[in-house]
Design a protein around this ligand. Structure first.
Ligand SMILES: *[C@@H]1O[C@H](CO)[C@@H](O)[C@H](O)[C@H]1NC(C)=O
Ligand SMILES: *[C@@H]1O[C@H](CO)[C@@H](O)[C@H](O)[C@H]1NC(C)=O
Length: 141
């Protein structure tokens, strides 16, 4: 039992090295600090919750076309970032996909905003859960 408890403690302590889990308000504040307009934050936090449960270190299950989605906003590795295995990507965000999994969300936010500007919110299939009236983000500030 002691050994098991030790391993569980070790896992808990090691967890931060494997990405970060936000909540609605911590993500809203961080994105605001990164320059995202306040009136978009209810949308972005809804998308992050639906896509990754606010976790940065998530590589999604392989899509039917063989691509994978990375990080807190589940950004696709065929168009936006370069997979580590060297397979072709348009890499429009000029980023390694692994850079989208770290505790620092600056790259994910920048890339997600680029996608949103080019394709609109419907680039995220989970947008259907986030396009209606959402709770105000003001209580986070
Ligand atoms: C592959 O599928 C994903 C998820 O459905 C989609 O976001 C992406 O645009 C698709 N890529 C291509 C090249 O069809
Ligand atoms: C892409 O990023 C690298 C650094 O990682 C930089 O040297 C290069 O200029 C960037 N390319 C573009 C098109 O922004």
């Amino acid at each position: 039992m002691k050994v098991v408890a030790f391993f569980m403690l070790a896992l808990v302590l090691a967890a931060p090295a494997f990405g970060k889990t936000f909540d609605r308000c911590s993500l809203a504040k961080e994105m605001y600090a990164l320059g995202v307009p306040k009136d978009q934050l209810a949308r972005w936090t809804c998308i992050a919750q639906r896509e990754s449960s606010f976790r940065t270190n998530v590589v999604g299950p392989t899509n039917s076309n063989g691509s994978n989605d990375y990080g807190i906003f589940q950004i696709n590795n065929k168009y936006w970032c370069q997979p580590a295995d060297g397979r072709f990507s348009y890499n429009e965000c000029n980023l390694s996909c692994n850079a989208l999994l770290t505790d620092n969300i600056a790259d994910s936010v920048k890339c997600a905003r680029k996608i949103q500007k080019q394709q609109g919110w419907t680039a995220w299939s989970t947008w259907k859960y986030c396009n209606g009236a959402l709770p105000s983000i003001d209580d986070c500030f």
